[in-house]
Design a protein around this ligand. Structure first.
Ligand SMILES: Cc1ncc(COP(=O)(O)O)c(C=O)c1O
Length: 374
């Protein structure tokens, strides 16, 4: 059997990883400034994360959601405490798309409506409602296209005011748009959005799948604005590479038996991986570390004249490249052995581990200078 060939691949095979470093099958060492699409939060193979998973594997690795699993409660407790949402409820699932799918479904259950507002350049995943609220017609199949979604320009207050009415079930917005090229909703726009959702009786869904888990220096990117969304979706950094996702649900939203469900969500291994991530974030002060290394990187990149614009918060950084340097990412990878990410058409995305060291950031900046101002 052949693999279904949907991923453009680099001819590179990582076989070992530690911290912000990857080693490949041909013996080379790469600096990882991308964390496998923002997934590596506490660093590759963090010893506490590895030990937690190994320890759990020796006990029990899977049963089902029809029996008590106190690890889920322990995770909910810890996540509530570290994120600043102790009074919210947690639904556990397995990926970002699934988290958004469940959030959209919940909003529709709660309001009895189905219209959704999303934003231009958004990305929310590749399943039914998640892909329908993603602003990329190329990946929306006719089967997914039947949803009632209005796409508004980000930060456009008049467009929001004229579209957000009593017919809307939910507004879904990323804490910071990732795939869209590191575009930030302004704090004032988020505050207006939260107020208008309340007025219209629509639920506000904050997709923090990429921007959450401490990456920006706060646990969630939207916390800079002081708003409290009805639903917050998580995945990526949550398990540091172990597949896990979740929805944080505001206190007033009542569950009923069978309302949501999944076979694998909240399994023992996912819970211990997620708990280990939170323990390390706390113990190693990774949120404030991400903020200070991120500030340093943003400041230094802004000084490079060949770079047109730098955007981001903490360790979620994007910068625009002029036409002359559109192969920069390729050169960083093959000449300097540094992984970075991209956003179409010309944005370089940096999404490293929150534990990126200052000297690792310097190594990247040095390579960037060599490429842009040789
Ligand atoms: C903001 C955002 N939401 C949702 C998703 C989908 O997550 P997953 O690939 O885990 O389904 C992504 C993935 O890139 C994302 O960046």
């Amino acid at each position: 059997m052949k693999l279904f060939d949907v991923y453009p691949l680099f001819p590179i095979e990582p076989v070992k990883a530690q911290g912000s470093w990857l080693w490949t099958s041909d013996g080379k060492k790469y600096l990882d400034l991308y964390g496998g699409h923002a997934v590596i939060s506490i660093g590759h193979n963090h010893p506490h994360w590895v030990a937690s998973l190994k320890d759990q594997l020796d006990k029990i690795s899977f049963y089902s959601n029809s029996v008590k699993n106190s690890l889920q409660e322990k995770l909910a407790e810890k996540l509530g405490q570290v994120s600043g949402y102790p009074d919210y409820q947690l639904f556990l699932c397995n990926s970002g798309a699934e988290a958004n799918e469940n959030a959209l479904k919940l909003a529709s259950f709660v309001t009895g409506k189905k219209k959704v507002i999303a934003f231009k350049k958004s990305f929310h995943g590749r399943t039914s409602g998640a892909v329908a609220s993603t602003d990329n017609p190329k990946i929306v199949a006719p089967f997914n296209a039947g949803h009632d979604i209005a796409f508004l320009p980000l930060n456009d207050e008049p467009a929001l005011i004229s579209t957000l009415n009593h017919e809307v079930a939910a507004v879904i917005i990323e804490g910071i748009q990732g795939v869209g090229g590191i575009q930030l909703p302004s704090d004032s726009f988020l505050r207006l959005l939260a107020a208008k959702c309340k007025e219209a009786g629509a639920l506000l869904i904050l997709d923090e799948v990429q921007s959450g888990y401490g990456r920006t220096g706060k646990f969630f990117a939207h916390q800079f604005s002081g708003i409290k969304p009805d639903l917050i979706t998580l995945a990526k950094g949550m398990g540091n590479g172990f597949p896990v996702g979740g929805v944080l649900i505001a206190p007033g939203i009542e569950p009923w038996s069978g309302m949501l469900g999944t076979t694998f969500g909240g399994n023992y291994l996912a819970c211990v991986a997620s708990l280990a991530v939170l323990e390390v974030i706390e113990k190693e002060n990774l949120m404030s570390h991400a903020q200070s290394i991120g500030d340093h990187l943003i400041h230094a990149i802004k000084k490079i004249s060949a770079i047109q614009e730098v955007r981001g918060r903490g360790l979620m950084i994007g910068f625009d490249l002029p036409q002359l340097h559109t192969d920069l990412r390729h050169h960083l990878l093959f000449r300097h052995q540094i992984f970075t990410g991209e956003a179409k058409p010309n944005v370089v995305r940096l999404l490293p581990s929150l534990a990126l060291l200052k000297e690792e950031a310097e190594l990247f900046l040095h390579s960037l200078h060599l490429e842009l101002h040789p």
